[in-house]
Design a protein around this ligand. Structure first.
Ligand SMILES: [Zn+2]
Length: 79
Protein backbone atom coordinates (compact mmCIF):
# COMPACT_ATOMS: atom_id res chain seq x y z
CA UNK A 1 0.00 0.00 0.00
CA UNK A 2 1.30 3.42 -0.92
CA UNK A 3 0.10 6.37 1.08
CA UNK A 4 0.82 10.04 0.66
CA UNK A 5 3.74 11.07 2.84
CA UNK A 6 1.61 13.05 5.26
CA UNK A 7 -0.50 9.97 5.97
CA UNK A 8 2.42 7.62 6.23
CA UNK A 9 4.43 9.54 8.83
CA UNK A 10 3.54 11.32 12.02
CA UNK A 11 5.62 14.23 13.30
CA UNK A 12 6.32 14.69 16.98
CA UNK A 13 7.77 17.93 18.32
CA UNK A 14 10.51 17.48 20.88
CA UNK A 15 11.35 19.82 23.75
CA UNK A 16 14.71 20.63 22.22
CA UNK A 17 13.10 22.06 19.10
CA UNK A 18 13.70 19.04 16.92
CA UNK A 19 10.96 17.04 15.26
CA UNK A 20 10.78 13.27 15.07
CA UNK A 21 9.30 11.71 11.96
CA UNK A 22 7.79 8.35 12.82
CA UNK A 23 6.55 5.79 10.32
CA UNK A 24 2.96 4.83 11.09
CA UNK A 25 3.44 1.34 9.70
CA UNK A 26 6.64 0.11 11.32
CA UNK A 27 6.84 2.73 14.14
CA UNK A 28 10.45 3.48 13.34
CA UNK A 29 11.73 6.99 13.89
CA UNK A 30 13.07 7.65 10.42
CA UNK A 31 14.55 11.06 11.18
CA UNK A 32 15.02 13.64 13.94
CA UNK A 33 15.77 17.14 12.74
CA UNK A 34 14.89 20.79 13.07
CA UNK A 35 14.56 21.00 9.29
CA UNK A 36 11.43 19.96 7.44
CA UNK A 37 13.54 19.25 4.36
CA UNK A 38 15.61 16.71 6.29
CA UNK A 39 12.46 14.97 7.47
CA UNK A 40 11.00 14.93 3.96
CA UNK A 41 14.19 13.51 2.48
CA UNK A 42 14.36 10.74 5.08
CA UNK A 43 10.68 9.94 4.62
CA UNK A 44 11.07 9.63 0.86
CA UNK A 45 13.93 7.21 1.36
CA UNK A 46 12.23 5.16 4.03
CA UNK A 47 11.17 1.61 3.27
CA UNK A 48 9.32 -0.35 5.95
CA UNK A 49 11.02 -3.50 7.12
CA UNK A 50 8.45 -6.26 6.42
CA UNK A 51 9.51 -8.15 9.52
CA UNK A 52 8.97 -5.11 11.72
CA UNK A 53 5.56 -4.42 10.18
CA UNK A 54 4.57 -8.05 10.69
CA UNK A 55 5.74 -7.83 14.31
CA UNK A 56 3.50 -4.83 15.04
CA UNK A 57 0.57 -6.31 13.15
CA UNK A 58 0.86 -9.42 15.28
CA UNK A 59 0.95 -7.41 18.51
CA UNK A 60 -2.09 -5.39 17.47
CA UNK A 61 -3.99 -8.54 16.54
CA UNK A 62 -4.02 -7.55 12.90
CA UNK A 63 -2.12 -10.45 11.39
CA UNK A 64 -3.82 -10.05 8.05
CA UNK A 65 -1.78 -6.93 7.55
CA UNK A 66 -4.80 -4.72 7.11
CA UNK A 67 -3.59 -1.23 7.94
CA UNK A 68 -6.66 0.61 6.67
CA UNK A 69 -7.57 1.62 10.19
CA UNK A 70 -10.78 -0.36 10.26
CA UNK A 71 -12.02 -0.46 13.82
CA UNK A 72 -13.65 -3.58 15.14
CA UNK A 73 -13.93 -2.54 18.77
CA UNK A 74 -15.90 0.67 18.51
CA UNK A 75 -18.07 1.06 21.57
CA UNK A 76 -21.74 1.29 20.80
CA UNK A 77 -23.84 3.98 22.38
CA UNK A 78 -27.12 2.86 23.77
CA UNK A 79 -29.97 5.10 24.71
ZN1 LIG B 1 8.06 2.21 7.97
Amino acid sequence: MVLPRDQHFVHRANRDGTTDSICKHCFVTVCTSIWETDLARAERGHVCDPDTVAHWNKISGNEAGDTSGRRTHMPKRSG
